[in-house]
Design a protein around this ligand. Structure first.
Ligand SMILES: [Zn+2]
Length: 56
């Protein structure tokens, strides 16, 4: 999963009850619903490890 801004890798980050994707390059944060349509299987699998994700 790549950042739309700078092409660096997005990392799944869990914070309180929310999960965000954070860019390792420009530090931009994406909410899951912003990128839901473009999630790759790898990122999706990682998200599935979080059992009570809130897609806010
Ligand atoms: Zn970025």
């Amino acid at each position: 999963m790549k950042c739309k801004e700078c092409d660096e890798t997005l990392k799944v980050q869990r914070r309180c009850r929310q999960v965000r994707l954070t860019c390792s390059g420009c530090k931009k944060e994406y909410q899951i619903h912003e990128v839901a349509a473009e999630l790759d299987p790898e990122t999706e699998a990682e998200l599935e490890r979080f059992t009570c994700i809130i897609y806010d």
